[in-house]
Design a binder for this molecule. Structure first.
Ligand code: ATP
Length: 269
């Protein structure tokens, strides 16, 4: 269970259409990943046209990297394996070799598959010199060796998709193995509006709600910040309802006097 999730493509539950904005990122991922996974025969001749084995998504927190990775599995019809760099290195120090081998042989059996490595810098960060934990170094080397060792048949159908907020912490050898690096940026006002429309699509929003005003007022917000804002707003009517009930509640039957009577009755019988 060092793998945090294994999900078949039809159960991932997110598609590119559920992600607001990031149109260029989705297009690039479709070309790089969806096509080779769905049509491997197009990539099986010659040497020039090779599917890539590694893609890096980098950018500020909450910009939708995890969401993109999941949706990509749906689009590409691939199984989705998710591991988190920091969990791997902290919990599984001793078993680096065994775990890495198990992960890659499991992935070969599940291909086509996307192995999503969140916080990839924790797992495959730059060499930390003498202070680096021996086990971390071993884990990284094992991981890279297994990755390089994918047979060419498998490499078309197994993709390592890394995500990080700290690309500058990655080891150079790892960066070389992630030849396609895609910047997932904070949304501008127009893109914030697209994200808000998606987040509020199923909600009861006034028909003249000014999406553009909210988008303009949320400079610097990530997709995740916008989602939290919408959740907080959705709770408002619930809170108002609870307050109303509390006010009404105080003025009706079960005031302190009635409660006392009830208790007395309870003691008597
Ligand atoms: P971190 O770097 O912190 O892991 P992340 O880039 O992986 O963050 P996500 O976990 O994908 O970001 O985003 C968090 C949540 O924010 C998502 O589950 C989704 O609900 C919402 N969200 C983020 N970006 C978008 C977007 N472009 N469209 C719709 N929802 C979004």
């Amino acid at each position: 269970n060092f793998i945090s999730a294994v999900v078949p493509p039809d159960e991932v539950g997110v598609k590119f259409d559920d992600i607001g904005a990031l149109e260029d990122v989705k297009k690039t991922l479709n070309e790089l990943v969806t096509l080779p996974m769905r049509r491997p025969e197009l990539f099986s001749h010659g040497n020039l046209l090779r599917p890539c084995k590694g893609v890096l998504l980098f950018g500020p927190p909450g910009t939708g990297k995890t969401l993109l990775a999941k949706a990509l599995a749906t689009e590409a019809g691939a199984n989705f394996i998710s591991i988190t760099g920091s969990t791997l290195t902290s919990k599984w120090f001793g078993d680096a070799e065994k775990l890495t081998k198990a992960l890659f042989s499991f992935a070969s059996r599940l291909a086509p598959v996307i192995i999503f490595v969140d916080e990839v810098d924790s797992l495959l960060g730059a060499r930390g010199g003498a202070s680096e934990h021996e086990a971390t170094r071993r884990m990284r080397n094992e991981f890279m060796a297994a990755w390089d060792g994918l047979r060419s048949k498998d490499s078309q159908r197994i993709l390592i998709l890394g995500a990080t907020n700290r690309p500058f912490d990655l080891d150079d050898a790892v960066i070389r193995r992630l030849p396609r690096r895609i910047y997932v940026d904070l949304p501008d006002a127009e893109n914030r509006m697209k994200i808000l429309r998606i987040l509020l699509a199923q909600e009861n929003v006034e028909s003249d709600f000014k999406f553009d005003e909210l988008a303009n007022a949320t400079e610097g917000y990530s997709g995740s910040d916008l989602k939290n804002l919408c959740i907080a707003a959705a709770y408002r009517p619930v809170q108002e309802l609870l307050e109303e009930e509390r006010e009404v509640g105080a003025s009706v039957a079960y005031d302190a006097t009635s409660m006392n009577e009830l208790r007395k009755w309870n003691e008597q019988y």
